[in-house]
Design a protein around this ligand. Structure first.
Ligand SMILES: [Zn+2]
Length: 455
């Protein structure tokens, strides 16, 4: 009996112990799980949170702000939320700052939450933008490996347009620039396939040309020569095929001696924006006789003589100093010239050598670039302007002047395009950006103005 009496509780304990243990273990694991399941996350979100093993942390107080955001969220959480949810309090402070800033920017709470998955640099980029993009698209594009700039570009356009750009694997920022210029996505796709990477980049800087479509189909078409193709086609009234072939053969670059320099004076227009650094003054564009630049500055004897516009002089001084550091002496000896001075100069050449000769190298009054205050004739160490191409500094100037915003104005071999003989000594200020492009593309000013502005 006693043994039976004793045996019962032992048996009960033996039977109950594992059950109690199982209940205890179950409660230990199931109660937080139960609480967690009650949280209003989507199933996908819950899955991510569970995987991140921070179920307890997420319901603790400092994260209440984040929880508010989470509750708005209905879509699946991206992977990097795991990191985000595991932020320390210090990082949380930073996150709060971001939330406030994005909120002020006008983003809605679910959008903010999405944007918070970006790194700080990207978030700052978004904050710095004037427009408010579509955060979902932006974050997705960023995750797909697009740069933050490109992702932002995609996020500010319609979803269908963004998808079309992504599907076609077009470079985003450049495509958007081209769309701004008026190209259709279809055209952009064609050019992207037709042009080299370098040419496609150049296209984004150019004006829209409707006839580029047709011209660029020609064999051996090179985008950088488009100005010359166009001029040749117009002058010869020929096909694109002939224009492309002939210009590629340099048939538009006539011998200096075969050119009728006086014939360039036709359909003359008066310049409307004479103080523009990119003003085109040539045989078809003239200044009013009364035009004098408003900011002429005296050039000190260290740098030359006469007057240049203030910005031009400032840049010239930098150029001359850089040249000097490498052992070259460059001085601006013939700079701004008034209408009347040019008149006297030109008439002097006409009287001495006849008009045909004068028109080769001297501008008629109003047509001189010297009236702009933007150009100068340089003499090097040898003291002669006309021999400048033999000066030691000449090569240095050709290789470096663009860094200071200057270009050589009347280049060798380009007389047919400029209407003036080669002048090794005349340099012109156009600004650093344009000078760099002109240098890189090996253009003259006329080509640049045509390609970029259609002038
Ligand atoms: Zn000159």
């Amino acid at each position: 009996m006693s043994s039976r009496k004793l045996k019962k509780p032992v048996k009960a304990v033996l039977i109950l112990f594992p059950v109690i243990l199982m209940i205890a273990i179950g409660a230990f694991f199931l109660i937080p799980e139960y609480q967690f399941q009650k949280l209003p996350y989507s199933d996908a979100s819950k899955q991510v949170i569970k995987e991140s093993e921070i179920i307890n942390e997420i319901s603790s107080k400092p994260y209440s702000l984040l929880l508010d955001c989470v509750m708005q969220e209905t879509e699946a959480l991206p992977d990097n939320w795991k990191l985000y949810l595991a932020y320390t309090d210090e990082l949380l402070e930073n996150t709060k700052t971001n939330i406030d800033a994005l909120n002020e920017k006008g983003y809605e709470q679910n959008a903010i939450f999405r944007l918070l998955s970006l790194n700080q640099e990207d978030i700052q980029y978004v904050l710095d933008q004037k427009l408010t993009g579509q955060p979902f698209l932006l974050v997705d594009a960023r995750n797909d490996g697009y740069s933050v700039e490109d992702s932002y570009c995609l996020s500010v356009m319609s979803r269908s347009q963004a998808n079309a750009i992504q599907d076609a694997r077009l470079p985003v920022t450049q495509t958007v620039a081209l769309m701004d210029h008026g190209y259709s996505l279809e055209e952009i796709k064609q050019y992207y396939n037709r042009f080299s990477e370098e040419e496609f980049l150049l296209l984004t800087q150019m004006k829209y040309f409707g006839d580029l479509q047709e011209a660029s189909k020609e064999e051996n078409f090179r985008l950088k020569y488009f100005a010359r193709y166009t001029w040749y086609k117009t002058n010869k009234n020929c096909t694109w095929k002939k224009a492309v072939a002939d210009v590629n053969d340099k048939k538009d670059l006539l011998d200096e001696n075969s050119i009728d320099y006086g014939a360039y004076y036709h359909d003359i227009q008066t310049i409307k924006d004479p103080e523009n650094y990119l003003v085109l003054v040539d045989k078809q564009h003239k200044f009013k006789s009364s035009f004098v630049p408003g900011d002429l500055t005296a050039v000190s004897s260290t740098y030359g003589r006469g007057y240049l516009r203030s910005e031009v002089y400032k840049q010239f001084k930098k150029l001359a100093k850089a040249a000097k550091a490498e052992g070259y002496s460059i001085r601006a000896m013939s700079n701004y010239r008034s209408y009347n001075e040019q008149s006297g100069l030109y008439n002097g050449y006409v009287n001495a050598n006849g008009q045909t000769s004068a028109d080769r190298y001297s501008a008629r009054p109003g047509h001189s670039e010297h009236q702009s205050g933007l150009c100068f004739d340089v003499t090097g160490g040898n003291g002669s302007m006309f021999n400048y191409h033999n000066d030691a500094s000449y090569k240095w100037m050709l290789a470096n002047c663009h860094k200071y915003g200057f270009i050589q104005r009347y280049r060798k071999g380009k007389a047919a395009l400029t209407g003036y003989e080669f002048e090794s000594w005349q340099f012109r200020y156009v600004g650093i950006g344009p000078a760099a492009t002109i240098y890189e593309q090996n253009w003259i000013l006329e080509e640049y103005l045509f390609m970029i502005y259609g002038v």
